[in-house]
Design a protein around this ligand. Structure first.
Ligand code: 6CS
Ligand code: FE
Length: 298
């Protein structure tokens, strides 16, 4: 696709640019969220649901998270180490390896009903992962829009996806909580720089391309601010695919573990990447599309 026909081209100019989002933020489908909650999501680009899951559910999810990191089969793709050490930073494509997460989280009605209400169609999982943010060693995730990467490197056409992040440990000010810029989802930042070959092998440890410039961040922060939803394990953040977010390192003595799933509209399945590189591997961008509505778990 040419730059002219793609509203979300990026990494093609020498200067960063701010473009207006052209897709609606949320649909008006029926579901458990109140009108106010949907409205807040449309305004801010995220919604915080404290303690949506119970402590006993979280205990099981946490045991699974620890077991996955410890027993990841040698040679199975999808395990990422911290930038300066061999400590596990993330594991990916959990919807293909964890029955527990599939049955009790990814397809749980508390998640899927809300996701479908916001996206307005049936959905599938584009990506799933655990971020471990280990005690003392867990490094930052610099500011980014997930959509910029999913569009350029994975070929996701439009902004019809959202992320769900479940806190498996308490999120607090010392362990590098997720930070977001409310309202930033309305602006698409075109980044400078290209896409190096096999960029993903580096970017998941430390991202250097597809990140906004300092001036772009200042621009997004004019009239806005940084927020960090904090709270008990079991709390959930729903955030739009274009909301600018990041997190600092974990300087605390215990890990900060989050379980993520990314839902994309069935009408927005990935195509060829919007850069001159082959698509990223399927552990990062699912191409085996499984509609979720008939698999909902009550
Ligand atoms: O490259 C990706 O797809 C991703 N990277 C980051 C830093 N956040 C979202 C997603 O996992
Ligand atoms: Fe992200």
């Amino acid at each position: 696709m040419t730059t002219a026909s793609d509203p979300y081209y990026s990494r093609t100019l020498d200067q960063w640019q701010a473009a207006k989002r052209v897709d609606p933020v949320a649909a008006d489908a029926p579901g458990p969220l109140t009108t106010d909650e949907v409205w807040n999501y449309v305004r801010d680009g995220f919604l915080f649901a404290p303690e949506l899951f119970s402590q006993s559910e979280v205990d099981e999810f946490l045991a699974e998270a620890e077991s996955l990191a410890e027993n990841w089969p040698a040679g199975q793709p999808g395990i990422i180490k911290e930038p300066d050490s061999d400590v596990v930073r993330s594991v990916f494509r959990l919807h293909k390896v964890s029955q527990l997460y599939n049955d009790r989280f990814f397809r749980d009605f508390r998640i899927l009903d809300r996701v479908q209400q916001l996206i307005g169609t049936d959905v599938y999982i584009h990506q799933s992962r655990l971020n471990y943010k280990p005690a003392f060693d867990g490094k930052e995730f610099f500011w980014h829009s997930d959509f910029e990467t999913w569009h350029v490197e994975d070929g996701m056409p439009r902004m019809r996806a959202l992320s769900v992040s479940l806190f498996l440990t308490e999120s607090h000010e010392f362990n590098g909580p997720l930070m977001l810029i409310p309202g930033s989802h309305e602006t698409y930042i075109r980044c400078t720089g290209g896409t190096p070959d096999k960029h993903f092998e580096r970017s998941l440890r430390r991202q250097d391309y597809g990140v906004p410039s300092r001036q772009a961040l200042e621009f997004l922060l004019e009239g806005s601010s940084i927020v960090a939803p904090k709270g008990a394990a079991g709390s959930v953040v729903f955030f739009d695919c274009n909301t600018m977010h990041g997190s600092s390192g974990n300087l605390g003595p215990t890990p900060r573990i989050n379980l993520f799933s990314v839902y994309n509209s069935l009408e927005n399945a990935v195509t060829q990447p919007f850069c001159n590189r082959p698509p990223r591997p399927e552990y990062l961008a699912e191409r085996a599309i499984v509609p979720l509505s008939d698999k909902k778990q009550k």
